[in-house]
Design a protein around this ligand. Structure first.
Ligand code: IPE
Ligand code: IPE
Ligand code: MG
Length: 225
């Protein structure tokens, strides 16, 4: 049976969730933050799962209204500060991916602090994709190795990426069927699951059901059974 060692999630649908309830979009992000905590804790208690990579803010999300972007930055900082205790209690290591240079000094400091304080944790790795875009990640990786004497190999490029781990199971909530520039290299052989559930309504029960279905899939990786 397959093991979902690395699960990646495109957490989509916060804004629509709020709009359906006649609330401001940011209320959806707040509710979404609570689900991040729930799903992360669930994964940290499932021994099959080694890594959970969550798409929190894309390189394209800067196009949103300034106030929404500012809210998301504040929410992220608050989330990380509030969660430090839980990361440690549940033995979760925090590892950001994405180009953090775009963030404020204060947010970068918080990110670095959580990373350092959880560096010794050897349970689940929770990786938040922050100012992340797969195309940007691949370009930064290529630029960092382009002066090598030898031709670039798959292993060299893979090692130069922010996320060096292939994805087993990729889930997108919110009803759309696209990758929106998420883990394009690492998801080469991921099993893709799409659900209409909006992220703030996503539950550990639904995740459990998806994992159960994932386990039944015959993964061939181009070979034969
Ligand atoms: C995903 O929810 C969260 C982020 C992109 C930060 P959205 O904000 O995209 O919610 P919808 O898709 O507009 O409903
Ligand atoms: C993808 O959601 C990015 C995150 C979940 C952080 P978007 O809402 O930004 O994606 P599009 O615009 O629908 O492709
Ligand atoms: Mg969206």
């Amino acid at each position: 049976m397959n093991r979902a060692r690395h699960i990646a999630i495109i957490m989509d649908g916060n804004g629509r969730w709020a709009e359906l309830k006649d609330k401001k979009r940011v209320k959806g992000h707040e509710a979404g933050g609570r689900v991040v905590k729930e799903i992360t804790t669930y994964c940290s208690n499932n021994k099959d799962i080694e890594r959970l990579t969550l798409y929190a803010f894309s390189t394209e999300n800067w196009k949103r209204p300034r106030l929404e972007v500012e809210f998301l930055m504040k929410l992220l900082e608050k989330y990380l500060k509030d969660e430090l205790e839980n990361y440690i209690k549940n033995n979760i290591r925090f590892e950001p991916i994405g180009d953090l240079r775009a963030f404020s000094k204060s947010l970068r400091k918080t990110i670095q602090n959580i990373q350092e304080k959880t560096a010794h944790c050897d349970g689940l790795v929770q990786s938040l994709a922050l100012n992340y875009g797969a195309q940007d990640e691949i370009l930064r990786a290529l630029n960092s190795i382009k002066n090598s004497e030898k031709d670039i190999t798959e292993a060299m490029l893979s090692n130069a990426l922010d996320c060096k781990h292939s994805v087993d199971l990729l889930i997108r909530t919110g009803g759309d069927h696209r990758l929106s520039n998420f883990l394009l290299w690492q998801a080469a052989y991921a099993e893709l699951f799409f659900t209409d559930t909006l992220w703030p309504d996503f539950t550990t029960n639904e995740l459990e059901k998806i994992i159960k279905d994932f386990k039944k899939i015959e993964r061939r990786f181009g070979g034969l059974k």
